[in-house]
Design a protein around this ligand. Structure first.
Ligand code: HEM
Length: 443
């Protein structure tokens, strides 16, 4: 049976789960708040709030009596699977809150498009991003771009931190999405970042129409060139059905690549404190294993541990029935993925770095492990992200060993092996690179 949370529980979820998630910045992370959240262990607190809710109310969904909105918190893996599998109907991803936030910079993106216009936009994304293929047709070119940019990055210093990594990362992203001529156009991605910051405030801030128009115009100029070896070229040769707005999909891609950068550096941090996994990754690289499956699994597990989209929202378009209770249409279903990803009762490797779980079927057998979502709304960029990030990590690892200088929480053996922190502030990551130690079998 669904149950209704009392005022105390509602305040707990709003204050302990929703408010910190919003404060850190859903669409553009706020570094200072992220550092604070890390220090105060806010994500661990959010997990406890939801554990208490489940202990008190059972399977749920638990309804929060919030004025003006019917919100149902999902607490059962099967319920998460149900709403994701039955996307977009009757569980639409284009929830009102998401539309208000994302229309600041991507009003035509598939994620916020209701049916029936959603279908052709989804299809277009899948075709251009080559969603069903581990290797995008741009893979060869991408490897060259990554090697070049990582070479430049590491040539500057033996220290690696977020600001230096981020500059190189965006060069890679701009070259991949828009072409080499956009490599140094920081203005286009900075303009997007400014619009994303407005999006953090959703309906509380009016849209900056003129700023968005200027951003889209600049973006369009890059896309018009359709430079060979870029997604812009793939767009140019991919026919689009009516109402798709191909260029209107690109702001989402650029925005989402930000998350992939965060995940890359977090994965490097995990590898730097797990030498046994770093050794497996190095072997895979040295053996020239196609597709770098182990490194891809490392990235997947980093997203599981610290999801970059921690909240999945679905809005019901019809009446739905839950363990004998019916919920009207327009109910907002709220899934907080870290609650499931870190549930020790559900996931034996909850707080450990467990890349192997993605290779031996253990992760696949758990329907609530959804780092890239699932069902018909699953991220169509997943394979491209795993390609770019694994290629980048391979390039970084080829260039040396990395000692994690900060944060110290991850360096402590207790954390590294049994109980990884619930927050990992990517902005605070710092490494020292040293020449790679010769393996015992080397001559
Ligand atoms: C680490 C990087 C990324 C992660 C963890 C990630 C994860 C996700 C998740 C969880 C969703 C579902 C959101 C929801 O249901 O509300 C999603 C949707 C989406 N992602 Fe990603 N994403 C990443 C990067 C990318 C990139 C780089 C692209 C494009 C190049 C991309 C394209 C999309 C699109 C188009 C959707 C909307 C799908 C739909 O509504 O049908 N993502 N992503």
């Amino acid at each position: 049976m669904t149950s209704r949370a009392g005022l105390l529980d509602t305040a707990g979820v709003v204050g302990g789960v929703v408010a910190p998630t919003l404060a850190v910045g859903v669409l553009n992370r706020r570094p200072r708040v992220m550092a604070l959240a890390d220090r105060l262990h806010l994500d661990r607190m959010a997990l406890r709030v939801l554990q208490r809710l489940r202990a008190r109310h059972g399977a749920g969904p638990v309804l929060l009596p919030v004025p003006g909105r019917r919100i149902a918190v999902l607490l059962e893996p099967d319920d998460v699977a149900r709403v994701l599998d039955a996307t977009p109907s009757p569980f639409s991803p284009a929830a009102w809150e998401k539309r208000r936030a994302l229309e600041h910079f991507q009003p035509h993106a598939v994620l916020t498009t209701p049916m029936p216009q959603r279908e052709p936009r989804r299809h277009y994304n899948e075709v251009v991003l080559e969603a069903g293929h581990a290797e995008h047709s741009l893979a060869e070119r991408l490897r060259d771009v990554v090697a070049h940019e990582v070479g430049q990055l590491l040539g500057e210093s033996d220290r690696l931190d977020w600001p230096r990594f981020e500059r190189a990362w965006w060069r890679i992203v701009r070259r991949l999405v828009l072409g080499d001529q956009a490599r140094d156009d920081t203005e286009v991605t900075d303009a997007l970042a400014a619009l994303r910051s407005r999006g953090n405030w959703a309906f509380l801030l009016p849209q900056a129409h003129e700023r968005r128009r200027r951003f889209q115009q600049r973006l369009d100029e890059h896309l018009e060139r359709a430079e060979p070896g870029s997604l812009a070229a793939v767009i140019a040769r991919t026919p689009a059905d009516d109402g798709v707005d191909p260029y209107g999909q690109v702001p989402h891609w650029l925005f989402a690549f930000d998350a992939a950068g965060m995940v890359s550096l977090r994965t490097l941090a995990l590898l730097s404190v797990h030498p046994e996994h770093a050794a497996t990754a190095r072997k895979e690289i040295a053996d020239g294993e196609a597709g770098l499956p182990f490194l891809r699994a490392c990235v997947l597990d980093a997203v599981r541990l610290w999801p970059t989209t921690p909240v999945l929202l679905r809005e019901s378009t019809t009446v739905t029935s839950w363990r004998g209770t019916t919920l009207p249409s327009n109910t907002l279903f709220f899934t907080f993925t870290p609650f499931f990803h870190r549930d020790r009762a559900l996931v034996p490797f909850a707080d450990r770095f467990a890349p192997d779980a993605w290779l031996d079927g253990r992760a696949g057998a758990l329907p609530a492990l959804v780092p890239f979502s699932d069902g018909p709304g699953r991220c169509p960029g997943e394979n491209l992200v795993l390609l770019v990030t694994s290629t980048l990590l391979a390039e970084l690892l080829r260039a040396g060993d990395y000692r994690l200088l900060a944060p110290t929480t991850l360096r402590s053996r207790t954390h590294a092996h049994d109980r990884l922190p619930a927050t990992l502030d990517n902005f605070g990551l710092r490494f020292a690179r040293t020449a790679q130690e010769a393996s015992p079998s080397s001559p």
